[in-house]
Design a protein. Structure first.
Length: 145
């Protein structure tokens, strides 16, 4: 996507705890914290694993594959330059189905989105004058091989 086509977004704060999530897109990686003791993925980022209370959590790249758990089609432009309608979805990552991300489904007609649809991550680059570069993880339908 050309930089001029990037929609206006409220950008997240790049905290030490979440920097991996917002910058992994530079390398084409969706990075999620994972407990190094029990293997549980945790998101939003936290310093303690909810399964075994371990503090041994580090970011790891996941496949970027997911399934649409639920979605809504929005017809209200809450920010300038938003293309209407747009789809906000809750997607379940294949590595751990209860690990869900709120995201936008792109490169798909809103009427074609469905629960159970297989999607994969893509990244939208943004530059913030204060924080630097970050990449918003968005999802699109899996392309047929």
């Amino acid at each position: 996507m050309a930089e001029v086509d990037v929609p206006v977004r409220i950008l997240p704060e790049l905290t030490d705890r979440a920097r991996h999530f917002w910058t992994g897109g530079e390398f084409g990686e969706l990075r999620i914290l994972r407990c190094q003791d029990c293997g549980y993925y945790l998101h939003p980022p936290a310093s303690v694993c909810p399964k075994d209370r371990s503090r041994n959590v580090l970011p790891e790249a996941v496949s970027g594959r997911a399934v649409v758990a639920t979605y809504t089609v929005n017809y209200q432009a809450w920010m300038p330059n938003m293309q209407l309608p747009y789809v906000v979805a809750l997607v379940s990552l294949v590595e751990q189905p209860e690990l869900r991300l709120t995201t936008q489904i792109i490169n798909c007609e809103p009427t074609k989105v469905s629960t159970g649809m297989e999607v994969s991550v893509t990244f939208e680059h943004h530059h913030d004058e204060i924080q630097g570069d970050l990449w918003i993880p968005l999802f699109e339908p899996v392309k047929e091989a």
